[in-house]
Unconditional design. Structure first.
Length: 483
């Protein structure tokens, strides 16, 4: 798919056939409307799983005050932002690049922000993150920050998030559970009392096996197919075995009364831009926003460059066309995601499925966005998916993110140790922020010990100092007499 070099001279572009062709440069890039439409469909079906997973992740968490977000409203918000921002990317950025709620980013919101504040405050921080990214793009600082962090640490962050997401999948499905009422024991165990019991866990196990088999076979849309298949299995088992609804968790798989329903826009605009400042300390707040920015920022840069390369759109200097507009739209997607309570939205690497079908322009993204708009009316289908049918997708996504571990040079301890701490601390402390902080601090300290302190970028030093205060906040507050 990425091999764009050929020994034959490139054929001259066909003349544009109309205003739409000229705007998207379809003929100029050697594509056709049929290819773009086919590519738009391929991308949608490859990433449509987010319509299920995002509500599962956000809806499965509670905020500081014990509140849940509505599943149907989350489906609407997820589809709406994906539709609007993917069309915006197509029209404004003219790349075959789709946008939706970011996996990993929604985990930060659900499991780090929400427990410290209300959902409205958490989504307000997501809006702030998006505004920071837009500011970084406008000022040109986005690339400067990008260059301040060593590539292996960026890869370690993705790997750590992969393990974290996979762990969430095992916990949400009941495959791994906490051991209640015991001290000194291992913190988690297999199933209930050290064994797997019940039909819901069986659905999860079968789902993992099915999804990994489809992925190994390189079946397009494998994750979505796995979710759909196991939801059907769960509905059948639930009907035959008459399982108590509580056994499934928040969502019991039942045949929906309707397939189509009007979208529920109740979460749109439900955010507080500065409410979090009243809930948590300034240092913690800065680090949480920084974590969101960091996760979004690097995923986007890698995705944009990778998809552009796959489509053969990089220029002779390796630059992405319309990069400034593309990054600005991506930042605006984070703002829109927070404003709609759908979590931060970002560019999707699954767009490669559309490129593989021949998409080369933003017209494919317009098609994908239109399909997300159509999904607004299919909420009943998305809200019958139990966690046990969706969680296998989290495990597989975790694997896909962790595959970047192969790029880290484990023979160089100065980078391998910080990378290991980044990867390990995330799932072990249930915190992406903690993992990033541990890795940054270890990297700065090791470079100093080796006499290479000047090789650490000033921006990385500043961040490491913030993380040092973050980890030592309790003794610092005691020294300052704060408590």
């Amino acid at each position: 798919m990425s091999g764009q070099v050929t020994d034959k001279p490139a054929a001259p572009p066909a003349p544009a056939s109309g205003p739409v062709d000229r705007w998207f440069r379809i003929s100029e890039r050697g594509s056709t409307f049929a290819r773009e439409i086919r590519g738009g469909f391929a991308t949608f079906f490859t990433m449509a799983y987010i319509l299920v997973l995002n509500p599962i992740i956000l809806g499965g968490a509670t905020d500081k005050f014990g509140h849940h977000l509505s599943g149907p409203q989350l489906v609407t918000a997820t589809a709406l932002v994906a539709a609007v921002m993917t069309v915006a990317m197509g029209v404004g950025g003219n790349l075959p690049l789709a946008i939706a709620a970011g996996l990993g980013l929604n985990a930060v919101v659900a499991f780090q922000l929400a427990p410290l504040m209300s959902w409205q405050d958490a989504m307000g921080l997501v809006v702030l993150e998006g505004l920071v990214i837009c500011l970084l793009v406008v000022t040109g600082l986005r690339e400067a920050v990008m260059h301040s962090i060593p590539q292996p640490l960026k890869q370690a962050i993705s790997v750590g998030i992969g393990l974290f997401i996979g762990f969430i999948g095992f916990v949400d499905a009941g495959f791994a559970t906490r051991i209640p009422g015991e001290t000194g024991a291992v913190p988690v165990q297999l199933g209930d009392g050290g064994r797997l019991a019940g039909w819901p866990v069986l659905v999860f196990c079968l789902g993992v096996l099915l999804t990994v088999a489809l992925v190994a076979r390189k079946v397009r849309g494998a994750i979505l197919l796995g979710i759909v298949a196991m939801t059907v299995v769960a509905i059948v088992i639930n009907e035959i075995a008459a399982i108590k609804p509580a056994a499934w968790g928040l969502t019991a798989p039942t045949v929906p009364d309707d397939i189509v329903s009007a979208p529920d826009f109740g979460l749109i605009g439900s955010f507080s831009l500065f409410g979090a400042f009243e809930q948590i300390g300034l240092i913690t707040l800065v680090l949480l926003v920084f974590t969101l920015v960091l996760s979004d920022f690097f995923d986007t840069m890698g995705t944009v460059v990778g998809i552009s390369n796959e489509a053969g759109l990089l220029d002779d200097k390796g630059k992405v066309p319309n990069l400034g507009r593309v990054l600005l739209i991506d930042g605006a997607a984070a703002v829109a995601g927070g404003a709609a309570s759908a979590s931060s939205n970002t560019s999707y690497i699954e767009s490669a499925a559309g490129v593989g079908e021949g998409a080369r322009t933003g017209f494919a993204s317009v098609v994908t966005g239109a399909l997300f708009a159509g999904a607004l009316f299919l909420t009943p289908l998305a809200t019958v998916v139990p966690a046990q049918a969706a969680a296998p997708a989290l495990v597989v996504v975790g694997f896909l993110l962790m595959s970047q571990v192969r790029h880290i040079d484990w023979e160089r301890y100065e980078i391998a140790i910080p990378a290991f701490l980044t990867i390990a601390v995330m799932p072990f402390t249930y915190s992406i922020t903690n993992g990033i902080g541990a890795g940054f601090l270890a990297y700065a300290v090791i470079q100093t010990v080796l006499g290479k302190a000047r090789q650490v970028h000033p921006l990385l030093w500043g961040t490491s100092v913030l993380f040092a205060v973050y980890f030592a906040i309790d003794p610092v507050e005691q020294l300052l007499g704060v408590k």
